[in-house]
Design a protein around this ligand. Sequence first.
Ligand code: HEC
Length: 249
Amino acid sequence: MSPFLNPSSSNSRSRAAGLRRGFGTVDTLLVVGGAALLAWGGLYLGKYSGRFDVNEFDEIPHGRAPKAVAVAADPNAALLKAGMVAYGKSCVACHQADGMGNPALNIPPLAGSDWVMESSPNRIIRIVLHGLNGPVKVKDTMYSGGQMNPWLKTPDNTAGLTPEEIAAALSYARNTWGNKAPMVTADQVTAILKETEKRVDPWTMDELMKVPMTSGVSASAAITPDQLKAALKALPAAELEAVLKEMKK
Ligand code: HEC
């Protein structure tokens, strides 16, 4: 057994010799070990220093742009795609793919609708959350006899839409078929949901006309990447896949 490991096992003579030998070993170790460390340090820097270039420390892996980064690059475009999916799920049956509605069934158009394109989304968010009943005037035409059901997802209405999906569907309707209006965010939808949480009945046109356009939520708000992430997360897997596929086009 080495005297370093169990010095008590040696007699004092061989112990002294062992210690002398020991110091020699330590010197050699320092030189060899130091050289090895330097060599390792050089190799490490060679491999990981990134040539001391700040751009090397960019979190985006070079050569392959991850999907999430592509999404964040244009949050509005992604929201519109998510909106197209939500619209296809919940609105298209009545308001049609071209947004023209079905006047014969008293379903008004969203394309060119003054309601849809109002700068503040205060009224249209209410319509989708709680529905609309009674006559409604759209593009100078009176539609009566139709009713739109509430579209908020609740325990009683599991086929409904989340606030994120409602924001996406409305953003889509506001920016498709030649329509042009600010995007709608999930925050705006939840803010109005809070304001109207006691409401049960669908809205009527007269009631909605009294909803101020300036109070409640602000007229326009650009969607943030976080809100977009939340919107995308809220989509069922199959729909998210459809959005991502659509975005690759
Ligand atoms: C079952 C049919 C139906 C579905 C589904 C439906 N709506 Fe409607 N929507 C209507 C009818 C009918 C009216 C008019 C109600 C009335 O006459 O009071 C209306 C009115 C509206 C209006 C106000 C009038 C206008 O034309 O601008 C908006 C905005 C609207 N719907 C948006 C949506 C959105 C967004 C969705 C999907 C989340 C949706 N609707 C789903 C039937 C429907």
